[in-house]
Design a protein around this ligand. Sequence first.
Ligand code: AMP
Ligand code: ZN
Length: 475
Amino acid sequence: MQIKLFNTMSRKLEVFQPLTPGTVKFYGCGPTVYHYAHIGNLRTMIHNDILKRMFLENGYDVNHVMNITDVGHLTNDEDDSGEDKMEKGAARDNKSVWDVAQFYLDEFLHDFDDLNLMRPTAMPRATDYIAEQIDLVKKLESLGYTYKIPNDGIYYDTSKFAAYGQLTGGSLAGNRAGARVTFNDGKRNPTDFALWKFSPTDTKRQMEWDSPWGVGFPGWHAECSAMSMKLLGNHFDIHTGGEDLSRVHHQNEIAQSEPITGAPWVNYWLHWSFLVDKSGEKMAKSKGEFLGLDAVRKRGYDPMVYRYLITLGHFQTQLAFSWDAMDSAAAGYKNIIRRVADILADKTPGSIEQGVFDTWHDRILAPVSDNLKTAESLVVIQELLKDTSVNAATKRELFVFIDRLLGLQFIDRAEKLLAQENITAPDEVVLLAEQRIAAKNSKDWAQADALREHIAALGWAVLDSKNGYKLVKKA
Ligand code: AMP
Ligand code: ZN
């Protein structure tokens, strides 16, 4: 099936052509592990996962690399000033930097699994690739792209890279204006950035390494160039990240990489729009107050409901998060689960009708392959649920595919629902339910309601069904 993606670099929808037939090499910027991931970060990870699943379903092998930033990300990305986020996290939590990194990485992976995100092929940590980052800086130095600011670090001279700014349509002027307020005196150009920072002379850093330029640590951007080229090669297909990364981080990654590769580095750039609050403010870890997936769990939502909410939107549009939006997503998700459970419970004999399967398969995959329009595929899925001409066996097989494509675990949740409903009610509850049917038959509505309440007090819900009633254990 033809795949189309909106490429930030060309600002156009482009037909995807892999560098190697049948394979996608894809790098997605991962988390800075100094704090819990918030649900905005996780939105970004969900979009990466949808992208990957779409390729898998189209028959590609996907080599997906996601970095773990555990060093060098300063609180002010724009001018390489401020504290190292990791050291800041360590001071806040009263732990070593290494322990902080491990703790938040584990927490992040817990969220990752709860959202049914496929683990990347590789998850390199910046601190495991210091030699590669030093090597990158050495190469840039030998090519004449660097200069030193005493007592500060080795910087990249962006005026030497003619294409600088191409990712945001040459909006270099905007970058300059934005950076002016905190413009570092020693820089030759406001957009220049640190490749290697020197350790301060008055305090000891927990993470620091020897280098040809002195003891210090790599600038944040270095890791993504060094690790992606090491793990995916000098030219790869796709690079992704949240929308904030296009203006500085990705621009700088290109500037670091293309002088070395001597050719275009990445073919397709995808940027996921932010999750914002009601007033349109970006959810940010640095603000201190943010919602993690734990807040979603604590409010009693299945993490899948959050994934479903993201699937209802599109990556090029910001999404305003609210608990009301979660409530309607929960209702929609539950509704699908109920109907999938009915399909699973349907014991009508029948076998998979291949032609019917193929038609629906393609109808559901097509919008996702067309710039990841997941919401449109959910509309087709609703249509499938309503279509009585498709037999249960075919529908079941289609939901196996839908779960692979969208990762929404419909079958798993439907099976759990059925298991819960199939728990046999104790005799006492069954007796009350029988009495309620008798009361209903004699139109004694008050008695029927009282019996329903009695049953509820014993932890069961009684539902009317075609053959009488159904008893469901309450969660
Ligand atoms: P960080 O952990 O801050 O390095 O961010 C990890 C990823 O989450 C990056 O790709 C960011 O661009 C992305 N991101 C940060 N904030 C948001 C947000 N509010 N909505 C969506 N993605 C975000
Ligand atoms: Zn990156």
